[in-house]
Design a protein around this ligand. Structure first.
Ligand code: AMP
Length: 173
C-alpha cells in the first residue's frame, strides 16, 4: 500500500512529557486536511466493516479523529474523558500509561445495551487506555467491535491488552 500522507508528517519529540519518552506529535498531521481525511476514511471503513453503531473516542487527541469518523458514518459519537471532566452521571476505570497512571470516564447514558462501539485514539502504546475504555463500554452493556488508531508503537505490545476485539493501526513504529 502507498505510504500515508500522515506518515511523513508525524514528528518525534524527545523527552516529552518526561525524560526518556519519545512523543509522537500528530499536530502536523492536523495541518493537512488531505492527511486527516485519509486517516478518517481508512478508520471509518474499518469501523463500518466491524458493523459499528457508535464511535467512542479517547480524550483528547482521539476526539480529533473520532468525531469526523462518526459524522462520516452517520453514527453517534461519545467521548471517553479523563477524571472529573464529564458533568453528568459517570463510571470510571483506572489505567496505566506509558508515563504514569490515569482514570478514564464515560457518561452512564453514553452507550446503550447491545450497542457495538468502535474505539478510536490517536496512538496505541501499552494499550492500557484503550483497554480501560473497553471496560467502560462493556460495563454499560455495549460490545467493543474494534479499535482504530493512527499510530501503534509495536515494541510496547499494546495489542496484548486488546485481545477481545480486532485492532487496526494505520502506521506502525
Ligand atoms: P497507552 O495507554 O499506553 O496505550 O497510551 C496511549 C495514550 O497515551 C494515547 O492517548 C496517546 O495519545 C498517549 N501516548 C502514550 N505514549 C505516547 C507517545 N509516545 N507519543 C504520543 N502519545 C502517547
Amino acid at each position: 500500500m502507498a505510504k500515508l500522507l500522515a506518515e511523513g508528517l508525524i514528528r518525534d519529540v524527545a523527552d516529552f512529557p518526561k525524560p526518556g519518552i519519545v512523543f509522537k506529535d500528530i499536530t502536523p498531521v492536523l495541518h493537512s486536511p488531505a492527511a486527516v481525511i485519509e486517516v478518517c476514511e481508512l478508520l471509518a471503513a474499518d469501523a463500518k466493516a466491524r458493523d459499528a453503531d457508535a464511535i467512542v473516542a479517547i480524550e483528547s487527541r482521539g476526539f480529533l479523529f473520532g468525531m469526523p469518523i462518526a459524522l462520516q458514518l452517520g453514527l453517534p459519537f461519545t467521548p471517553a474523558r479523563k477524571l472529573d471532566k464529564l458533568p453528568f452521571h459517570r463510571i470510571s476505570e483506572e489505567y496505566a500509561l506509558e508515563y504514569g497512571t490515569n482514570t478514564v470516564e464515560m457518561h452512564t447514558d453514553a452507550i446503550s445495551p447491545g450497542q457495538r462501539a468502535y474505539i478510536v485514539d490517536d496512538l496505541l502504546a501499552t494499550g492500557g487506555t484503550a483497554a480501560a475504555c473497553a471496560r467502560l463500554v462493556e460495563r454499560l452493556g455495549g460490545k467493543v467491535c474494534g479499535f482504530g488508531f493512527l499510530v501503534e508503537l509495536t515494541f510496547l505490545n499494546g495489542r496484548a491488552n486488546l485481545l477481545q476485539s480486532p485492532v487496526r493501526a494505520l502506521i506502525e513504529y
